[in-house]
Ligand binder design. Structure first.
Ligand code: KIV
Length: 271
């Protein structure tokens, strides 16, 4: 099912309307023109050029070594494949440590890469960065919950916000980043009830990955959807196994998200 004519580019305003009408937003990652075009044609609303490319394209152990140049390059490839989907690009590790640095680097992702939105792994400490980007007309997605760029500090990829202190902090950060100007919130590996509570506290669309079905939209890494990951995380699903073709798998994912058949309870986490 498509909510638009193919030529209409999805905008932040459209995402806001989808939240208001409770139309789930289907998002996936892509890192080149070919796959981005398949996603675009299959009705994916937001294509993310994630810094997950470090792991699924470059074969690295973490996303930490990914550079701004890598992100600009892959974003520019994906930009050639998208016509309808909103193209979002990750700001890599240490590319947004100050508002000035974030502004210069986000501008490159937009101007040279062709992104329409940038994503950063934030908490309340990134309020000034988000405010500055927003003031300069750069749409921002704030990524809360499990933040893979913090892996060396976290010491492992774990569900976040399970204790009441961490949950309260995440709620506080979500509201603060929205008030600073974030247009979208992404919650990774967060108990489903907490994600639903955060959704109720903000007005902007909330996209989940391992955050339950109550979010306004869902995102997965494309390689997980295509069954290419050796040890896939619990919150993913191999859609290629049943669909039989890449285009079919992506269409099956979009339908499952739109109809709230994905994620199921087995893909989520409790507190
Ligand atoms: O880098 C990425 O692909 C991401 C998704 C997992 C949301 O941030």
């Amino acid at each position: 099912m498509s909510v638009h004519s193919p030529q209409t580019r999805i905008t932040t305003r459209r995402l806001q309307e989808m939240r208001a009408s409770r139309t789930p937003i289907a998002c996936l990652t892509a890192y080149d023109a070919g796959f981005a075009a398949v996603l675009d044609a299959a009705g994916v609303d937001v294509v993310l050029v994630g810094d997950s490319l470090g792991m699924v394209v470059q074969g690295l152990e973490t996303t930490v070594p990914v550079t701004l140049e890598h992100m600009i390059y892959h974003t520019s490839l994906a930009a050639r494949g998208t016509r309808r989907a909103l193209l979002m690009a990750d700001m890599p590790f240490m590319s947004y440590a100050s508002p000035e640095q974030a502004l210069a680097n986000a501008a490159r992702l937009i101007q040279e890469g062709g992104a329409q939105m940038v994503k950063l792994e934030g908490d309340g400490a990134q309020e000034a960065v988000v405010a500055s980007l927003s003031r300069h007309g750069i749409p921002v997605c704030a990524h809360l919950g499990l933040r893979p760029q913090y892996i060396h500090k976290l010491g492992g990829y774990r569900v976040q916000g399970r204790d009441s202190h961490a949950a309260e902090r995440m709620i506080h950060d979500a509201v603060a980043l929205q008030n600073a100007g974030a247009d979208l919130l992404l919650l990774e590996c967060v108990p489903a009830l907490l994600a639903a509570e955060i959704r109720g506290m903000v007005d902007i669309p909330v996209i989940g990955i391992g955050a339950g079905v109550e979010c306004d939209g869902q995102i997965l890494v494309l390689q997980d959807v295509l069954g290419m990951t050796a040890r896939p995380p619990r919150f993913t699903k191999d859609f290629l196994a049943e669909a039989g073709s890449i285009r079919g798998a992506v269409e099956a994912y979009v339908s499952a998200v739109r109809e709230r058949r994905f994620p199921g309870p087995e893909h989520g986490f409790s507190a």
